[in-house]
Every structure is written in C-alpha cells, then in structure tokens.
Design a protein around this ligand. Sequence first.
Ligand SMILES: [Cu+2]
Length: 133
Amino acid sequence: MRPTVRAVALLLLGGLLSGCLSAYVGPAPDESSVVTAPPSPAPSSSSTPFTGTVTIRDFAFDPADFTVHPGAVITVRNTGTVTHTLTAQDPTTFDTGPIAPGGTASFIAPSRPGTYPYLCGYHHFMRGLLTVA
Ligand SMILES: [Cu+2]
C-alpha cells in the first residue's frame, strides 16, 4: 500500500470536481465530503454561554471549561455526596474552600485576562479551565 499514490489520486479527483486543486491537501474518508462540504464557522469563539454557576455533579465540574469577564462572580454548587472545592492550580488566584454536599460557594474571577486551570482540592482528577476574557 502506497499512501502517496492514493493521496495524489484524491487530489486529482478533488481538483476535477471542485476546480480548486490547491486547497485540499489531506486525506479524506470519502470523496463526497471533499467536494461539497463548506467551511463551517469556527465553534471555538463563543460556544455555550456561561450562566455564572458551576455545578459539581458527582465527581465532575459542569461546565468544566467556561469563559467569564474579569472580576466576575462565579457561584459553585455542590450537588454531589462528598465535599469538594474549586481551586485554581495556583491556589492564591481563587479558591472556594471546602463546599459541603448541597452547599454553595462563590469566588471572584481574576481581573487579568488569561486561562486559569483549576481542580478540586480533594480529588485532583476533577479538573477544568477558567478563561478570563
Ligand atoms: Cu472533589
């Protein structure tokens, strides 16, 4: 099996059908997606709007990754059965402290734009990413 031969064949086919030989360079699962798929708008900029509340369900943050404005107040609700925290990787940045089951805590987002990884102080596999923008 020579992948380069197949890639060239796909390139030629894509060029014939679309009239644009230069755009397509990578392999594709099938020809139909190569020809007609329009470029979809980037979903990264504004995905799910953040409501200001992070809910801890069992052993996960929901949402885990979210974006807030500088200095925003973020509420964390623990619906799990054990105590959790929401603590920045650098705990001096933000830290809810222990939140008992059924409890709620708030913290202030950093004033400096950037990305702030956080975790649970008790369960380090519980992770998320706070973005200030
Ligand atoms: Cu936890």
